[in-house]
Design a protein around this ligand. Structure first.
Ligand SMILES: Nc1nc2c(ncn2[C@@H]2O[C@H](COP(=O)(O)OP(=O)(O)OP(=O)(O)O)[C@@H](O)[C@H]2O)c(=O)[nH]1
Ligand SMILES: [Zn+2]
Length: 189
């Protein structure tokens, strides 16, 4: 349960702990701003993002559907610093049962808006599509920059992490896997 008052208090304490004056002009509203910002950024934690996939329809389409270049923003659970990039979600419908294209982006958003690691984000999206649509195969690929690796620590700006989660046909059938991976990764610079 998100506790906005608790976040305000904690941010005020944090400002003091880092040697700031929480009452100075620029900072007076910061605890409240951060409480509102975190409510938004972490809003996926209290949701079941897979519900977005409850709406399905029968289009009689049995070939692969791929939505790629879906931007996402998340917070790494180790440092609470942003990691952000793009996700691609592909599936091969069974019985022509498909979902709205925007719903795939909603699922990515929902699982990104919580304290995360990139691997879990990737597999949660794949599992949600797998469970809700019961497709013949699912592939999810996320590519992201982690600020904990670029603005601090090892400081490797420009380094990108790619994670994938494959289910069903996308995992077991070499040709399908090759096709989806080249569609997802092929056009990248
Ligand atoms: N596997 C994985 N690791 C992540 C992710 N986000 C951050 N990390 C890593 O989590 C690790 C935490 O390592 P620790 O040694 O506990 O923390 P640290 O001392 O801050 O580590 P450094 O970042 O190496 O300075 C680091 O190697 C991060 O790069 C993620 O999404 N997936
Ligand atoms: Zn981190």
């Amino acid at each position: 349960m998100y506790d906005a008052d608790g976040v305000r208090r904690a941010v005020r304490d944090l400002l003091v702990a880092v040697g700031e004056d929480p009452d100075r002009d620029g900072l007076a509203g910061t605890p409240d701003r951060m409480a509102r910002a975190y409510r938004e950024i972490l809003s996926g934690a209290e949701a079941d993002p897979s519900q977005a996939l409850a709406t399905t329809f029968d289009l009689g389409h049995d070939e692969m559907v791929l939505v790629r270049d879906i931007p996402f923003y998340s917070l790494c659970e180790h440092h609470m610093l942003p990691f952000f990039g793009t996700a691609a979600v592909a599936y091969v419908p069974s019985d022509g049962r498909v979902t709205g294209l925007s719903k795939l982006a909603r699922v990515v958003d929902g699982y990104a808006r919580r304290l995360q690691v990139q691997e879990r984000l990737t597999s949660q999206v794949a599992d949600a599509v797998d469970e809700r649509l019961a497709p013949r195969g699912v592939a999810v690929v996320c590519e992201a920059e982690h600020l904990c690796m670029t603005m601090r620590g090892i400081q490797k700006p420009g380094s990108r992490t790619i994670t994938s989660a494959l289910r069903g046909l996308m995992r077991s059938d070499e040709r399908t896997r090759g096709e989806v991976m080249s569609l997802i990764l092929g056009a990248r610079q």
